[in-house]
Design a protein around this ligand. Structure first.
Ligand code: ZN
Length: 363
């Protein structure tokens, strides 16, 4: 297993939208006391050898001997500082993945961490833990929903010492880590995970586009004026049944994973079909929502009209719609495992306030 092979496997999984969207996921290799971990700044599909950060594994391991502040933000800041200090000389300009500590813990040469919609259909479902046990019969570890960073790495460390080494780690409301000593084994494990889950899926949404309704233009202009941002419209066969009314929108009305929060926001706004002046109707709904949540929405669903993705740039608006589409997939797949399960509100708040995730969206 070489760095060249790590680049190859990163690019291959990164380019496959069944496995990765919006540049999510990360990979690593351990060799001669060095951890090569994906750096922030480039998506997996475009990784090169220099895109990996070289880190001293002895120094990373020493993090576990230290005591950190009890306050979550203070602790994450202190751990981040120690993690950055573990970069080898010459690597100081690079930013290692927020999941570096977890990669280093896993006793495998190569680790590929992804957030596939299919896998999250399982990890974001009410009976996910029980179904994972039935489907993977103990070849895996299930980590209950937890804040990312140090807290997550610590939970995995404890789970490994209680259960022994497992090649598959499902993270509730997040994704999956797969570890092995060769690319062939990683491929075989991912193939098995995807085939197994796919074999149990009962609903597969169809995203074929539908005609753009006449009301779209006026609402789009009103949203652009009130947000001061770029607004993109989408309507397809997968979205239409969700925007019938407030109750049909419920399965996608919050966030499933940190990725959904970072790109689509944790609070999509549902607006009843406008009556009277569109501008006033939209402005009132926007204002009430912003007061209630303390944030502006990235996704606005208008009853029987369609979905609007909102962002500072066209790319951000389109990513909001892309991650919303991913959430629709997750909600549909989760039907096979007892129905969808959102992140808890305290974990949503943690991501909304987390510096490291902020870095990802501003990269
Ligand atoms: Zn992740």
């Amino acid at each position: 297993m070489s760095l060249k092979e790590l680049v190859e496997i990163s690019r291959r999984y990164g380019a496959d939208t069944e496995y990765v969207i919006a540049g999510g996921g990360n990979t690593s290799l351990k060799e001669n006391g060095i951890l090569y971990i994906k750096g922030s700044g480039a998506p997996l599909a475009e990784m090169t050898e220099v895109g990996f950060v070289k880190m001293d594994r002895t120094q990373l391991a020493s993090i576990w001997q230290k005591t950190y502040p009890a306050n979550a933000n203070d602790r994450e800041a202190a751990v981040l500082a120690d993690m950055l200090a573990a970069r080898l000389p010459g690597e100081e300009h690079k930013r290692p993945s927020v999941e570096t500590l977890l990669h280093d813990l896993l006793p495998f040469k190569v680790v590929v961490h992804l957030h596939p919609a299919l896998v999250n259909g399982l990890t974001c479902s009410r009976n996910g833990e029980k179904c994972a046990q039935e489907l993977f019969s103990g070849e895996h570890i299930w980590i209950p929903s937890i804040n990312p960073g140090y807290t997550l790495a610590l939970a995995v460390k404890d789970a490994l010492s209680n259960n022994g080494n497992k090649a598959i780690i499902f993270l509730q409301n997040h994704g999956v880590f797969v570890g092995a000593d060769s690319v062939t084994e990683i491929d075989a494990l991912y193939h098995k995970i995807m085939e197994t889950i796919n074999g149990h899926i009962t609903i597969c949404p169809d995203f074929s586009p539908l005609p753009v309704p006449a009301d779209q233009a006026g609402i789009n202009a009103a949203l652009a004026a009130i947000s001061g941002n770029t607004v993109l419209f989408a309507l397809n066969k997968g979205f239409a049944p969700l925007i019938k009314d407030r109750s049909t929108f419920t399965p996608v009305s919050s966030a499933f994973t940190p990725d959904h929060i970072v790109y689509s926001g944790s609070d999509p706004l549902f607006i009843e079909k406008p009556e009277g002046t569109i501008e006033e109707h939209i402005a009132k709904a926007w204002k009430n929502h912003s007061i209630k949540t303390g944030r502006s929405p990235h996704i606005v669903a208008v009853q029987d009209v369609g979905l609007f993705g909102i962002g500072a740039t066209e790319k951000a608006a389109s990513l909001a719609l892309l991650l919303f589409t991913d959430a629709v997939k997750v909600a549909s797949y989760a039907q096979a495992f007892g129905g969808p399960l959102f992140m808890d509100s305290d974990k949503i708040d943690f991501i909304n306030n987390w510096e490291a995730e902020h870095y990802r969206v501003t990269r």
